[in-house]
Design a binder for this molecule. Structure first.
Ligand SMILES: Cc1cc2nc3c(=O)[nH]c(=O)nc-3n(C[C@H](O)[C@H](O)[C@H](O)COP(=O)(O)OP(=O)(O)OC[C@H]3O[C@@H](n4cnc5c(N)ncnc54)[C@H](O)[C@@H]3O)c2cc1C
Length: 437
């Protein structure tokens, strides 16, 4: 079966891997010159299935209001006239109720735990280094933030997930580099089974494995639309980003300008991250995706003893600090209302403040390499996997703030559906059907 995967982020590449493993002839199309150059590039790298949490949570609207007026804030909101923004916010607010939160969190955890299983199984066959570390420590600066984490803790308890509520001193035992912190945590939560790793590095290695297994990658190629006839997909229309002629079937269109081409396909998986909605909308497939920008800083470690060993989360400022081998990554901020991938000084300052508060001597701030990415967020936090409503067009998108943690499982499930196998987990609440489609 000729299958085309659209998008070379962690989600698309993982999907290509499993589709090939299941016998498909796979081509992946990506507009950039390599994989993992968009949202999968500079994320925090945390794989914490016990922690995956919808951002729509009880108390969040109040917390957001509180932060809107603070200089060091994990949230930046620019109201716009974009109706899509307001529709998304209205849906998000509806999901903040306790019962919805529990349901959404359980759905996200189902796919995240399965994903970790898939990752571990994959790793046992393909051991390679991607800056992996073990354990995840959440730090609370105030009673208020510790209180806000209570519903999430209840879900962990109910699900029997290993976690430990720890004192400030115990936080230092877990992460001795905190001895040099400029602030003292009120308390923390330690999740020993969670882990972290460099998502982009992993995706590049996975690309190499896919290529060795026979997956074809077409870079510098923009997908412009899907060729759908009689309710079923026939192919993908693409355009060369470099303007050069593309090889392959049915070359035509736009003589003298950028060459257009339709690449024939029996099945198509849409994994274009935040850009998925624009491709699907003209076909009447409405996916409630909104780009929520986030930022990161990557810095070389200069003092190992004073640096973190694994991944931490400053719960109060919603900023993660992760160790990837000789580097540190600080990542966070949710910015709504600006679709452009431009760096915002306020967000970068918050990142550097968090690093300076917890690990002031671990890295030199001037060595920071800053990055901005756009999270493909659904209002309820869970991704959209499986049928799109158009025959043989499949979705693997909307992974929001936890796409790396959900990547291998989501890819496996979608590959199972494409090849007409029964997925190993229940997909209830993880498909477009939950939005009434
Ligand atoms: C600051 C920040 C921190 C994060 N931290 C974590 C974390 O700790 N743990 C975690 O699990 N997740 C985290 N995430 C989320 C995670 O990075 C995303 O969920 C994940 O990368 C989404 O992957 P994707 O493959 O869907 O999207 P992308 O990586 O964006 O891939 C989509 C690809 O499609 C391509 N594309 C788009 N349109 C077209 C087109 N028309 N034609 C051809 N190609 C196209 C793009 O170039 C891109 O390569 C974080 C995100 C941010 C921003």
């Amino acid at each position: 079966m000729k299958t085309i995967v659209l998008g070379g982020g962690v989600i698309g590449v993982a999907t290509a891997f499993y589709l090939r493993q299941q016998g498909c002839e796979v081509t992946l199309i990506e507009r950039e010159p390599d994989v993992a150059l968009a949202t999968s590039f500079g994320n925090a790298g945390v794989i914490a299935p016990g922690y995956v949490t919808p951002w729509a949570a009880p108390g969040m609207p109040a917390k957001i209001l509180k932060y809107l007026f603070k200089p060091a804030s994990p949230l930046i909101f620019r109201p716009t006239f974009d109706p899509a923004q307001w529709r998304w916010i209205a849906r998000w607010l509806r999901e903040c109720d306790l019962e919805r939160f529990r349901v959404n969190k359980q759905r996200m955890q189902r796919i995240a735990y399965y994903s970790r299983e898939c990752l571990h199984e994959f790793r046992s066959h393909h051991p390679f280094d991607y800056g992996r570390s073990q354990g995840y420590l959440q730090l609370f600066r105030s009673e208020y933030d510790a209180e806000l984490a209570q519903p999430a803790l209840a879900v962990l308890r109910d699900a029997g997930i290993a976690y430990r509520e720890v004192s400030a001193a115990q936080c230092v035992d877990i992460e001795p580099g905190l001895r040099w912190a400029r602030v003292t945590p009120l308390s923390g939560i330690h999740l020993p089974d969670d882990e972290a790793g460099d998502c982009a590095r992993f995706t590049r290695e996975l690309r190499a494995i896919c290529e060795r297994n026979g997956v074809r990658f077409r870079f510098d190629t923009r997908v412009t639309s899907l060729d759908v006839q009689g309710g079923a997909v026939r192919g993908v229309r693409v355009q060369s980003e470099s303007g050069g002629e593309q090889g392959g079937a049915n070359v035509g269109a736009n003589a003298g300008g950028r060459s257009g081409e339709t690449v024939p396909a029996d099945s198509v998986v849409v994994a274009l991250g935040v850009d998925s909605a624009a491709l699907l909308a003209p076909l009447g497939v409405k996916v409630p995706l909104y780009p929520v920008k986030g930022y990161s800083a990557t810095l070389p470690v200069i003092d190992d003893e004073k640096a973190p060993r694994a991944a931490l989360m400053d719960e109060s400022l919603k900023t993660a600090i992760t160790r990837f081998g000789n580097n540190l990554r600080v990542a966070g901020t949710a910015e709504l209302g600006n679709r452009q991938a431009t760096l915002r000084e306020q967000a970068l300052q918050t990142l550097m403040k968090v690093l300076g508060d917890w690990f002031p001597h671990a890295a030199a701030p001037r060595s920071a390499h800053f990055w901005v990415g756009r999270r493909p967020m659904t209002p309820d936090g869970a991704p959209l996997l499986g049928p799109s409503g158009i025959d043989n067009v499949w979705l693997n998108l909307g992974h929001g703030s936890t796409g790396w943690a959900m990547s291998m499982g989501s890819a496996r499930v979608v590959a199972d559906l494409v090849t007409q196998r029964k997925p190993e987990i229940d997909l209830d609440g993880l498909t477009l059907a939950r939005y009434g489609k």
